[in-house]
Design a protein around this ligand. Structure first.
Ligand code: SOE
Length: 399
């Protein structure tokens, strides 16, 4: 099913917190920077609280607001459902939206359990037969330097890949008095650093190398096991938590470290933590091959370091490539002249551009829900390994 250029397409966004704000910016911007094949209409944003959702609609540019996602995903004027809620609600909303014939963009990680992820992948596959598209919001794939890194690997510039090293370091919960927010509650978030930020580096390393992780050996750690209950009603009480008054149990990991074997024979090392004091959003990876190597650091996100191992030793070493050349680097032709750098929010604009383009051209978006399921299976293997004395644990295949 293809749709004609500049045809309007109605959007419903479910959830309007951090990811909702980032996606709203992208929906507002994409048609004003890129020649999009479809014109997004920011029709309705849905949230739990009527007043805060109405405020969000006004601030972020949505025509309407509501508190009933089931109504929103069945509206005739809605063709895309953008899920920006915590992982505990991804499955129910995505399956209902796909069944209603809506294209679905779902934030990462795909879901909190393997069973849900499998059901979502099956529902997406069934909907795809009717021309309905679905994508998981691993936005860092759309950093131009990372898209360019994938091209270098695809073109053989790194040769055989030996080592893959990836990190995602944050420090927002080092303070023991930071409250027990939803990201620290398993029933809402599914897991902690592992699923929230570890999922990004699993996706990125598999995307850039084109190779999947086969087995892992991991350790999960929760450094601070009790925290103050959040001021807003979270359904948690000290009594229900069996903790000292006003505090609740942290039920997810604070940090995850794991080694990995890749299907192409490469070895991987991964670190995902919220306790790297001083590192605010330090996502990075290094990939070493027989013909060359690359290094990326999100804190310098417009740059890719590339070492061409085929050059004479006298010229060896990593050179700093500014990935801002409009004629030769991904996405950059639509923004500014070379050297005028872009930021975090632009990755969501690129993600939504690609989703709209795939819908218009009847192409299958990536990462797919199947890709999202495979990433959940990698995370699940880390959890099983950590519970089994870090034994090397195979990643299950359910696809
Ligand atoms: C919190 O760790 C978070 O908002 C993640 O959920 C996002 O995916 C990441 O891009 C920024 O940090």
């Amino acid at each position: 099913m293809t749709q004609q250029k500049s045809e309007k397409i109605g959007i419903a966004m479910i959830g309007h917190a951090f990811m909702g704000r980032a996606h709203s910016q992208a929906w507002r911007t994409v048609g004003r920077v890129f020649d999009t094949p479809l014109e997004p209409v920011m029709q309705v944003v849905v949230g739990r609280d009527e007043q805060t959702t109405a405020d969000s609609a006004k601030k972020h540019g949505w025509a309407e607001s509501g508190t009933d996602w089931r109504e929103a995903v069945t509206r005739d004027d809605i063709s895309i459902v953008d899920i920006c809620t915590p992982g505990s609600s991804h499955s129910e909303i995505a399956v209902a939206a796909l069944a209603a014939g809506k294209h679905v963009l779902c934030e990462k990680p795909l879901s909190n359990t393997i069973e849900e992820a499998l059901g979502m992948a099956q529902a997406a596959k069934k909907a795809a037969a009717q021309g309905i598209k679905s994508m998981v919001g691993f936005n860092y794939r759309r950093v131009p330097a990372i898209t360019f890194a994938r091209t270098l690997v695809e073109n053989g510039r790194l040769g055989e890949i030996y080592h893959i090293r990836a990190r995602y370091l944050q420090d927002w919960i080092v303070d023991p008095e930071f409250p027990l927010v939803w990201r620290l509650q398993k029933e809402i978030a599914g897991s902690g650093a592992l699923g929230d930020i570890g999922s990004h580096i699993v996706d990125l390393t598999q995307y850039v190398t084109g190779a999947r992780i086969e087995a892992v050996s991991g350790i999960l750690k929760t450094f601070i096991t009790e925290r103050p209950l959040p001021s807003h009603s979270s359904g948690l009480t000290a009594e229900s938590e069996g903790t000292s008054s006003g505090r609740g149990l942290v039920t997810v990991d604070d940090a995850a470290v794991f080694n990995a074997t890749f299907e192409n024979g490469a070895l991987g090392t991964f670190e995902a933590t919220r306790f790297a004091s001083g590192s605010k959003n330090d996502l990075g990876f290094e990939i070493f091959g027989s013909k060359g190597s690359i290094k990326f650091n999100f804190e310098d996100m417009n740059v890719l370091y590339f070492h061409d191992h085929q050059l004479p030793p006298s010229e060896a070493g990593f050179r700093r490539i500014m990935v801002t050349e409009g004629d030769s680097h991904p996405y950059m032709s639509a923004w500014w002249p070379p050297g005028h750098i872009i930021g975090y929010e632009h990755t969501f604009t690129h993600e939504i551009l690609d989703f709209l383009t795939d819908i218009a051209n009847d192409h299958s978006p990536t990462p797919s829900f199947e890709d999202g399921l495979q990433i959940q299976l990698v995370l699940d293997a880390v959890i099983r390994s950590s519970a089994n004395n870090s034994q090397l644990t195979q990643v299950e295949r359910k696809i």
